[in-house]
Design a binder for this molecule. Structure first.
Ligand code: 48H
Length: 262
């Protein structure tokens, strides 16, 4: 096969990347919703918000998306959801099977499910900033009004080596989707603005219902979703079953949309 690629020089390729990045970053320096964390709950929230016409930026510290959704349970590349969350797998077009011994317990290939969710989130119009880590929050009149971020490579270095200031991004709402870390919530706790209970012990039967139920605005301007809800409210954990993560992401988006309308 002979292929003739369009002519473009090295510097033109660099300029194309810089120009597009700068245009997007300038636009998203002030946006409607910022989601910190690109795991299942954050991606789901981003997809729902963007498909409802909300301008949304997802900030993810890793160079990939998906968090714990990418692998599922302990390096076995399979994940589970319990009914009724298979409806979200249907929505995303993810194939799954019902485990033969338990009605309503479904198994899917984790990379396949994760790729479908990432695609749906990007297709809906959510923008992603990878390799960026939360450094702080923007707080105006006791309301979370954005985030302060730095490149993950910079954040990973000791302060005496990398004395690089972060940048601030403003938004009407921030969603903490950082999983077990609850990194955004912890910024407020460090300042004595709120208390958090810390994640509870494993209890699958109770945990998933409680996580979805408690997905809410935890502090003015700050909505919690996914395992950050468990950490914030001291709810039990559920291990490698992801229905509540997806449904909590959906609910976080609904909460944000309702508040944006006020
Ligand atoms: C930028 C950050 C920062 C930061 C973290 O861990 P996740 O998959 O989170 P959830 O809540 O969407 O899903 C949780 C699920 O994967 C899980 O762990 C379950 C169900 N556990 C149950 C149990 O019992 O253990 O994704 C969080 C994402 C990751 O991609 C992180 O890299 C990212 O957030 N992140 N991004 N700045 N400070 N902290």
């Amino acid at each position: 096969m002979t292929v003739k690629f369009a002519p473009a020089s090295e510097s033109q390729i660099t300029r194309a990347i810089v120009a597009e990045f700068a245009k997007e970053f300038e636009q998203y320096a002030k946006t409607e919703v910022i989601i910190v964390g690109g795991g299942p709950s954050g991606l789901m929230a981003g997809k729902e918000l963007a498909s409802n016409g909300v301008e949304v930026l997802i900030i993810e510290r890793n160079n990939y998306l998906g968090g714990g959704f990418w692998l599922g349970g302990v390096l076995m590349n399979k994940l589970t959801v319990r009914s009724p969350a298979e409806s979200i797998l249907d929505e995303l077009g993810v194939p799954y099977t019902e485990y033969s011994k338990v009605k309503g317990l479904y198994v899917a290939d984790a990379p396949h499910a994760c790729s479908k969710l990432i695609t749906a989130t990007c297709d809906a119009g959510a923008k992603i900033l990878n390799m960026a880590s939360l450094d702080d929050v923007v707080l105006h009149n006791e309301k979370v009004s954005g985030v302060v971020v730095n490149w993950s490579a910079v954040s990973a270095l000791p302060k005496e080596i990398a004395c690089v200031d972060p940048v601030s991004l403003e938004s009407k709402f921030v969603i903490d989707a950082t999983g077990h870390d609850a990194s955004v919530v912890k910024q407020l706790r460090e300042r004595g603005l709120l208390e958090i209970k810390g994640q509870g012990a494993m209890w699958v039967e109770r945990s998933e219902n409680l996580v979805v139920e408690h997905t809410s605005e935890f502090y003015p301007g700050l909505i919690v979703t996914g395992m950050a809800v468990s950490a914030a409210y001291g709810l039990p954990r559920m291990g490698p079953t992801f229905g509540a993560m997806l449904m909590s992401g959906k609910k976080a988006a609904e909460v944000a949309i309702e508040k944006l309308r006020v």
